[in-house]
Design a binder for this molecule. Structure first.
Ligand code: ATP
Length: 250
């Protein structure tokens, strides 16, 4: 379980990214965070694995404060958190397999990775992960030879190989076409359902949020303005989240 307790984030220039967030996320939920550009979605997501540091409150993961943890303990906590980025964050000149194996780095250290010394079990894990996202046949291709959607699936395989217990996906489909978007979202959904991995996704699109989320959290100006099961996220709720912008977007 993840718990936000009185969490606020003020950037050094005074901008408030998050304002007093209090909520709990249970294991296995598929949460979509929606909101206008600048609402605080990335700040929210990146606070969980401390890519951004919060300035007030605390975030607990399974009862342990990740925001108060330091050093080796923090690395261990982060090992359980997989991150998926809009721009995939692959090492473009490395093979697909190497990229997926990099999900194992937190278990073995960087030197071993640089030398390519991964145990046999890790390679098996990497191949299994690639198989699950239908990318097995590309294992020996260079990452930059793949389409955007394929690269995103490799990054999903990387978090699978990492054996993450929590997946954070920050606008994972923002640079993909509609068909590829569905494939990537389906991969994330299947993994969530089959492995029970808690998944939190930032999305811009209301229709995708409705299709994939079990729970929607709407942010506006750093505040939670909606939090509930997808069935309760009516058009009125989205109007509240997006203000008058929704009409323009439609
Ligand atoms: N490094 C920073 N320094 C100052 N302000 C920042 C910084 N990063 C984000 N912000 C501000 O914090 C607020 C929340 O930004 P955030 O990136 O979390 O929003 P978002 O909902 O993810 O937006 P988008 O959909 O455009 O990615 C915005 O007002 C933004 O301008």
């Amino acid at each position: 379980m993840i718990e936000f307790k009185n969490v606020s984030k003020t950037y050094p220039n005074g901008t408030k990214g998050l304002k007093n967030i209090n909520l709990k996320i249970e294991k296995g939920e598929f949460i979509v965070i929606v909101g206008l550009s600048g609402a605080g979605k990335s700040t929210f997501l990146r606070s969980i694995n401390r890519l951004h540091e919060i300035t007030e409150g605390e975030i607990l993961i399974d009862g342990k404060s990740i925001t108060a943890t330091r050093g080796g303990e923090l690395l261990k906590m982060r090992r359980d958190i997989g991150m998926i980025f809009q721009n995939f964050n692959l090492v473009k000149r490395s093979s697909v397999l190497r990229n997926v194996l990099s999900g194992r780095v937190a278990y073995h250290g960087t030197l071993r990775m640089l030398l390519g010394m991964f145990p046999k079990e890790d390679k098996e894990l990497a191949f299994q992960a690639l198989n699950r996202v239908n990318m097995l046949e590309k294992a020996y291709s260079r990452a930059d030879e793949l389409s955007g959607g394929q690269q995103q699936r490799v990054s999903i395989a990387r978090v699978l190989a990492q054996k993450a217990k929590l997946i954070l996906a920050d606008e994972p489909v923002a640079s993909l076409d509609p068909l590829t978007t569905e494939q990537v979202m389906n991969d994330l959904k299947h993994i969530n359902e089959q492995d029970g991995i808690t998944t939190i996704v930032n999305l811009h699109y209301v229709d995708l949020a409705r299709k994939y989320a079990t729970r929607i959290i709407g942010l506006r100006d750093g505040e939670v303005v909606f939090d509930g099961p997808v069935e309760e996220a009516t058009d009125e709720c989205f109007s509240e989240i997006y203000g008058r912008q929704l009409e323009k977007m439609n």
